[in-house]
Design a protein around this ligand. Structure first.
Ligand SMILES: [Fe+2]
Ligand SMILES: [Fe+2]
Length: 615
């Protein structure tokens, strides 16, 4: 995509249009660089500006948070393209939100009394044009700021021009002169350092990124006349009259999050305030050149991107368009596809987030800080599966950063109550309550332990069929209810020893699966439900078996009210500990390193295991 403008036959005659007219058919260079059509300027792209139709213009939408362009890293690097004295800066711009010290295009330093360079920009209400010249230099430079008389209309195209002829500065808005000054005279005084930026104001101690759209920005080494400026405005009444919602006329309820990442695909989901058509822009490099979307209007939407490369990072952004063509754009995030079997990888483990967003946020941040490939959730993702606000406020909001960058693979707990929201918000392969996936050299078996797990049950048959067929080096199972637990009261009252509640030390339904795990060599079984941490010895036929045993880990510390173990040690327990926490596992080849952290990121349990060949 790019950028024109009048490539002059005689650039040395200063009829230079240095940057830019963003036009369809232009294209990005690699490594997030764009050049203008005069090929005099190569801009570094910040964030992921996006080309969108805004009325008669195709504008580049900037999000005000990460998007912008660096035209040159220093005044020296921009020397050949910067006007020395006469200058006109003309921009078609649409602002969604204004800010103090905003910039459309600038190369300046405005640090206390030190004021050099020039800026075409805006403040909270008006457009501004500032110049520092040699004639007005007070020792460390002096900028004169012209301010437009008319106020900025948000989400409307404006044609803003600043001119300076070596004696007089003027600012024009929508073709009309609005202010002038003769304070400056002589050559423009550039700072020795500073960045030449577009869609931004930047100096040594400030960076203001524009929230809005640019259609065209031109810098001339001559003075545009009042008539010329009025003519441009007159010819573009369609632009000036365009009324449309530019950005974020509606909002996300749940920001973009990732689901079911494989070696070659990733599913992106989000929830919007209004039914909207969801699309995802993505690519390996910014700007985002690929797009995949759907045509139906949904509140909770999902888009699956396929044909991706394994173990590869992609940038992405969600664009949602409502029935009235209002457009909502997310920030730019990234995801990584799953690795091949011979590559190392890692995953976070969290359970029982329930309804404690402060703790859940700490856990999610702790896991994200360790940069997993994905997160496994052991169920009870919310406290009441039918309470929609809990999904939004207690799960997705505190996990929003983690879930935007890594997919979450959940199992369903009892607190979800088998609510439709679980199946609406998560996108897993059929039948969804049970699914299996391969990641690196491992296969995961994700089980609904609320459902029947007895031999002969539908789920049992599925699990056995999939386990029998698995060729993965590592086999991991996950379900909400634990097969083994030391908890004081959940499986019979171990504390009071009531004869009415005989000790069970684990979930009797889930316990049916132990035979399968032992038969097919499952390595680790993850569970939640007990709001605590517990790791068993390797278990085979109800005894510790260091060579062939299956390890069971309870990680139910994501937020739910804490529980504790019975006073007496259970035979299977290797490490039991009360406290909110999360876990993290890294895997390469036949080695796994496992860690458990409290919510202050302090390690409290770890083990490393290397499987012998053939096991
Ligand atoms: Fe729970
Ligand atoms: Fe539970």
């Amino acid at each position: 995509m790019l950028v024109t403008n009048f490539a002059s036959a005689h650039p040395d005659k200063v009829e230079q249009a240095l940057l830019t007219h963003f036009a369809t058919g232009a294209h990005p260079m690699t490594n997030a660089q764009w050049s203008d059509l005069t090929h005099q300027v190569t801009a570094k792209v910040l964030g992921g500006p996006e080309l969108v139709h805004l009325g008669p213009a195709q504008g580049l939408m900037l999000n005000g948070a990460s998007d912008g362009f660096v035209l040159a890293e220093s005044p020296e690097a921009a020397k050949a393209i910067l006007p020395k004295r006469e200058i006109s800066v003309a921009a078609w711009v649409m602002l969604h939100q204004t800010a103090p010290d905003g910039g459309i295009i600038s190369l300046a330093q405005d640090n206390g009394d030190y004021e050099k360079g020039w800026i075409l920009g805006y403040d909270e209400n008006n457009f501004t044009f500032a110049i520092a010249s040699t004639g007005a230099d007070d020792g460390n430079g002096k900028l004169t700021f012209l301010k437009s008389k008319s106020a900025i209309k948000p989400d409307r195209w404006h044609f803003v021009v600043g001119t300076y002829d070596g004696a007089k500065m003027r600012i024009f808005v929508d073709g009309k002169p609005e202010a002038e000054s003769v304070e400056q005279s002589g050559d423009i005084q550039y700072p020795p350092k500073g960045r030449y930026v577009m869609g931004a104001y930047a100096d040594d101690n400030e960076l203001t990124l524009m929230d809005g759209a640019l259609f065209e920005v031109k810098v001339y080494g001559r003075v545009m006349t009042e008539t010329e400026i009025a003519d441009v405005a007159a010819k573009n009444q369609g632009l000036l009259g365009y009324v449309g919602a530019a950005t974020n006329a509606f909002n996300f309820i749940v920001k973009p999050y990732l689901q079911f990442g494989t070696r070659t695909s990733m599913t992106v989901m989000c929830e919007t305030e209004k039914p909207a058509q969801m699309a995802v822009s993505y690519s390996q490099f910014q700007p985002l050149t690929n797009k995949v979307g759907r045509s139906d209007l949904q509140n909770i939407s999902e888009v699956t991107i396929s044909n991706l490369l394994p173990n590869t990072v992609y940038y992405y952004r969600v664009i949602a368009t409502d029935a009235a063509s209002n457009v909502l754009r997310s920030d730019v995030y990234s995801f990584q596809t799953a690795p091949n079997a011979d590559q190392p990888w890692a995953f976070g483990i969290l359970g029982d987030t329930q309804r404690n967003p402060e703790v859940t946020r700490k856990c999610a941040e702790g896991i994200f800080a360790l940069r997993p490939n994905f997160m496994l959730h052991c169920g009870d993702v919310v406290d009441d599966g039918f309470a929609k606000n809990q999904w939004v406020a207690d799960l997705f909001e505190p996990c929003s950063q983690l879930f935007a960058y890594v997919p979450v693979f959940p199992v369903i707990g009892n607190h979800e109550k088998n609510s439709h929201w679980y199946y609406d918000y998560f996108s897993m392969p059929a039948p969804e309550y049970y699914y299996t996936y391969t990641y690196g050299n491992a296969q995961f078996f994700m089980i609904d332990s609320n459902k029947d797990c007895k031999p002969g049950s539908e789920q049992y048959e599925r699990i056995e069929r999939d386990l029998a067929a698995s060729k993965a080096t590592w086999k991991f199972a996950a379900h909400h209810h634990p097969c083994f637990s030391s908890d004081e009261d959940d499986y019979g009252d171990r504390w009071k020893g009531s004869p009415l509640k005989p000790l069970k030390s684990g979930d009797t339904n889930a316990r049916h699966l132990v035979a399968l795990y032992e038969k097919y060599g499952v390595d680790i079984v993850f569970a939640g439900h007990i709001h605590s941490y517990e790791r068993t010895w390797p278990i085979m036929q109800m005894a510790v078996n260091m060579n062939k045993g299956v390890r069971y880990i309870i990680s139910g510390g994501g937020g739910g009210g804490l529980e504790q173990a019975a006073p007496q040690r259970a035979w299977f327990s290797l490490h039991v500990q009360r406290g909110h926490h999360y876990c993290f596992a890294t895997i390469h080849d036949r080695t796994i390193q496992f860690k458990a952290y409290d919510i202050e990121s302090r390690l409290f349990d770890t083990f490393e295991l290397t499987k012998p060949d053939g096991r």
